[in-house]
Design a protein around this ligand. Sequence first.
Ligand SMILES: [Zn+2]
Length: 192
Amino acid sequence: MTEDSKILFPGDFIVDEELFLPGEGTYAENGKVLAAGFGIAVKDMKKREVKLKSSVLIPINYKRGDLAIGIVGRVRENVAFIDLIPTIVGTHRVTPTDASAVVRVSDIKNSFVKSVSDELQAGDIVRVKIMEATKYNVSLTLKGPDLGVIKAFCSKCRHPLDKKGDWLVCEQCNCKEKRKMANDYRQGRLKE
Ligand SMILES: [Zn+2]
């Protein structure tokens, strides 16, 4: 077994499928093995299989002020639903409750946002702060320089977007998009 040290994001390329078979925590697309979650690639040389060892640990519940990583799900005009990913906050381990986590349009940034879709798109990976967590509802904020999108994908072709000044650009189809970005967009840090 060999382990890479790089933390992979969901959708990141691991290896060509002709070299390794996709194992647990990975999937294959167009001949490539990609990460299905956050973690570290582990290659089994004997079986010629690659797995994703999750960089995340097991559960307690969120509390106010915790930072978390999530993936943007449905986006409506006034609210976005975020699937929180288990992660480590400080020294303790947290995992999502079953409650749906939401960020309201007024909690995206300090300036006025007309519609959530102006700043977030489904599939974006975001760093969020927990404002309130109950059994039924988790509300999140993206206000603050360290909060917001840490990786986004082109809404036309799904290619990861590169940061160019205040914009995100797709090198594949040249489209330009906007997001409420965290200040470490695509630098691979999952938490502070
Ligand atoms: Zn594109």
